[in-house]
Design a binder for this molecule. Structure first.
Ligand code: ATP
Ligand code: MG
Ligand code: MG
Ligand code: MG
Length: 469
């Protein structure tokens, strides 16, 4: 079953259960300064959960584009290292706004996954986790659905604090949250990894495919949990992960959509080895960068734009690693439009714009990438304690346009670390100086015209690494 067909089947399934099909919202959350990017399907419904916005429907379903490259949910460092994480992915979701609750939510999910009419996934490959204190969810799984008890794992708060466990979901540090129950797929004993909740959980054997959140609280900045106006449901399933299951492959990068993108990357970069990690990173970053531009973000030195720049420069550097001396990233946009343009007409519409923004960033970074790499190689050859100094990382940032995480990414590949505290101290010093001297900013306004604009939240909200402070 192709990714596109799974997306369609999901929306159709929930539509047949009286859910309104709602289009994906922008990656730049509207009116939500607490959030860097849309990181889950529920983001566009935040105010509905809070009771501050009313819709004409009480059940909805979406295929939501998400980016997790900063803030509370950040998977940038996982890309290229796990089989299941992307910076950009599509989250399939169904939502109840004070309509149905635990019982229907669990039964809907199980029916969609296991019914022969829909996904028809073998029941004995599925594992379930639920929140330790949630007897209700546990009983539904064990008694109604009939999942064997040795495949239902109750996860408590031992993972780090009362509301920090994997089975208590929150969109960010504040906002709607609640206990959850998750469905995992066992990809087989030849792959490393242990069942959810085990010390080896982090591997790629048991892969989480679907999270069903029972939205019950609104967490405020001081940590207080106020009940929501009505118990609600928010679910999220990664399209790429369920596609891997349906296509009988173990990694998201082996699904139809990614195979085509990887081939395009290999063509453009003349890479021989389709398994090369760099191809995967470039294919992943191509998607997040393109959709961020579609949603009005431009590479810049601050806020959301800086996160985009960081992702783009990582992709460009991986091309360089593959021996690519000329600009290549913008040439990949056509392949992405071919793969995803049908589902996202806004991508097709913005194609020329995306190519232009990519090409401009490539051109700018090309001026310093080669020299910066030489500086880094020289430093790598010299250091003895396997740590790049903050000094070198700062020079690479300041003179050669290497974001800190780019230097760290290269260092990590070679088994080195970077002195982050040393780098931070130098950054802080520079910030103090520029605060008094006025700030130099790259002006892109003459280069590109945009429908939507990105909102800069200021350094007090977003650090230069993109996380919310
Ligand atoms: P994981 O534990 O694997 O990092 P998560 O618990 O952080 O996933 P949720 O916040 O529960 O993920 O999101 C709901 C679903 O979205 C997940 O069950 C998964 O299928 C999918 N998903 C989450 N993060 C990613 C990602 N970075 N890339 C692809 N799919 C993802
Ligand atoms: Mg995660
Ligand atoms: Mg998880
Ligand atoms: Mg989860």
């Amino acid at each position: 079953m192709k990714s596109a067909d799974i997306r369609q089947a999901f929306l159709q399934f929930f539509n047949s259960k009286q859910h309104e099909i709602v289009p994906s919202s922008s990656l730049v959350p509207g009116n939500d300064p607490t959030l860097l990017f849309t990181n889950a399907g529920m983001v566009q419904f935040k105010d509905v959960f809070l009771g501050e916005d009313k819709r004409s429907y009480s059940r909805a379903t979406t295929s939501q584009r998400c980016v997790r490259a900063g803030g509370k949910h950040n998977d940038l460092e996982n890309v290229g290292y796990t089989a299941r994480h992307h910076t950009f992915f599509e989250m399939l979701g169904n939502f109840s706004f004070g309509d149905y609750f635990k019982q229907e939510a669990i039964n809907f999910a199980w029916e969609f996954l296991t019914s022969k009419e829909w996904m028809g996934i073998a029941k004995d490959k599925l594992w379930v986790t639920c929140y330790e204190e949630d007897d209700e969810a546990y009983t539904i799984w064990a008694e109604q659905v009939g999942v064997p008890k040795d495949r239902i794992i109750r996860i408590g708060d031992n993972k780090g604090g009362r509301y920090n466990s994997d089975n208590f979901w929150a969109m960010g540090d504040t906002g709607p949250c609640g206990p959850c129950t998750e469905i995992f797929y066992d990809h087989g004993s030849d792959i490393w990894g242990g069942p959810p909740g085990s010390p080896e959980e982090d591997g790629d054997r048991y892969i989480e495919i679907w999270n069903i959140v029972f939205m019950q609280y609104n967490r405020s900045a001081d940590g207080e949990m106020a009940p929501l106006p009505a118990p609600s449901v928010d679910t999220g399933m990664g399209l790429e992960r369920v596609a891997a299951v349906m296509q009988g492959v173990h990694s998201n990068y082996e699904i139809d959509l990614f195979q085509n993108l990887l081939r395009a990357v290999a063509d453009v970069t003349q890479a021989k080895d389709l398994e090369d990690k760099s191809l995967r990173v470039i294919a992943d970053h191509l998607r997040s960068c393109a959709f961020l531009v579609v949603d009005g973000v431009l590479p810049s030195n601050e806020g959301r734009g800086y996160v985009l720049r960081r992702i783009m420069r990582r992709a460009i550097r991986h091309g360089h690693k593959l021996g690519q001396k000329d600009a290549f990233f913008h040439k990949l946009v056509s392949a992405l439009v071919y793969e995803m343009g049908d589902a996202y007409p806004e991508l097709t519409k913005a194609k020329a714009q995306v190519e232009k923004v990519f090409a401009a960033e490539e051109e700018q970074f090309a001026k310093t990438l080669e020299k910066g790499m030489a500086v880094l190689e020289a430093a790598l050859a010299e250091v003895k304690d396997k740590q790049i100094s903050g000094d070198v990382a700062f020079t690479l940032y300041d003179t050669y346009g290497f974001p800190f995480d780019l230097t760290a990414d290269i260092a990590r590949e070679r088994g080195y670390t970077v002195d982050e505290a040393g780098y931070d101290a130098l950054m802080e010093k520079q910030r103090e100086q520029s605060r008094s001297a006025g700030n130099f900013k790259v002006d892109y306004s003459g280069l590109v015209q945009l429908d939507g604009a990105t909102e800069f939240l200021g350094y007090d909200r977003l650090t230069e690494t993109g996380s919310i402070t």
